[in-house]
Design a protein around this ligand. Structure first.
Ligand SMILES: [Zn+2]
Length: 281
């Protein structure tokens, strides 16, 4: 199915969405989305078990940002774009990207935020409003509660929301397996998380969604069509263009090694984003 933008068609069926606010990201496509999870103060060690591969150090994150900017990527601030859909018009022709962080981890507040501020790099955090101030209780189930990764509190998210660089989106309420759920439960996850984040974070929250574990079902997709969300992200590799279903936009997972400039350049080449000579395609 072709999802080329057709604003008139997209507006049909919406009630009070102004035309200018419909699918603002489409104007910046193709867009490459880079998805992070944990950020640590030091290089991750093997003792961080299963989390190691999706943990990047703060200095690795800094290196990542500097490298992609040097290549010519422009990281996009989603809340600025939602406030003013023409915000990036003066940069048309550039290669846009989104940096996203899944789960709303406390280590993002502690270690990623200072780097994002210093590098003046916008990012979007997909949060779980059913677990404000809680812990990651969906992975590493063998760990006792005190060893599980902390999630940001509501107050910490509000503090970050005041930053010009931080946007929030929804990751559902509880990091649930949406593909195994029935319609009323899916509806609750999609709608309640949207309402809670909007109430807590105001304009720093925009209606975009990231599927927990990147998983969805036909039922989830049906519910998504009647949800408040403009876009939803998977964890499949790829860059998004206007032909993608807006509810299935791919993202490149960032691994610990991508904090190394040579590894990152190799990854970008492998995914066809750069030429053999290291230039953006
Ligand atoms: Zn997640």
């Amino acid at each position: 199915m072709d999802y080329a933008p057709n604003l008139a068609a997209e507006v049909t069926g919406t009630n009070d969405t102004p035309l200018a606010a419909v699918r603002p990201l489409n104007s910046l496509m193709p867009v490459s989305v880079f998805n992070f999870h944990h950020v640590s103060s030091v290089l991750p060690s093997w003792t961080t078990e299963g989390r190691k591969h999706i943990t990047i150090s703060a200095s690795g994150l800094r290196q990542f940002i500097r490298t992609i900017k040097k290549l010519g990527f422009v990281p996009v601030c989603l809340k600025s774009l939602y406030k003013d859909p023409t915000a990036y018009n003066h940069q048309q022709g550039k290669r846009f990207c989104l940096l996203t962080f899944d789960d709303g981890l406390h280590n993002n507040y502690e270690h990623a935020w200072p780097v994002l501020q210093q590098e003046q790099c916008p990012a979007t955090i997909f949060a779980l409003p059913g677990k404000f101030g809680g812990v990651n209780d969906w992975d590493d189930l063998h760990l006792p509660p005190e060893q599980r990764d902390a999630l940001m509190s509501r107050a910490q998210m509000q503090e970050m929301a005041a930053s010009p660089y931080i946007t929030f989106g929804s990751h559902g309420l509880y990091h649930s397996k949406l593909k195994d759920m029935k319609r009323p439960e899916i509806h609750k996850e999609l709608h309640d998380s949207h309402a809670l984040l909007q109430a807590a974070l105001g304009d720093a929250y925009v209606p975009v969604f990231a599927y927990p574990w990147g998983e969805y079902s036909d039922l989830v997709m049906q519910e998504m069509a009647n949800s408040p969300y403009d876009y939803a992200f998977t964890v499949e590799n790829g860059s998004s263009d206007t032909h993608h279903n807006p509810m299935l936009l791919p993202r490149y997972t960032v691994f610990w090694r991508d904090g190394n400039v040579f590894q990152l350049r190799a990854k970008l080449y492998r995914h066809g984003l750069t030429t053999l000579w290291g230039k953006l395609k």
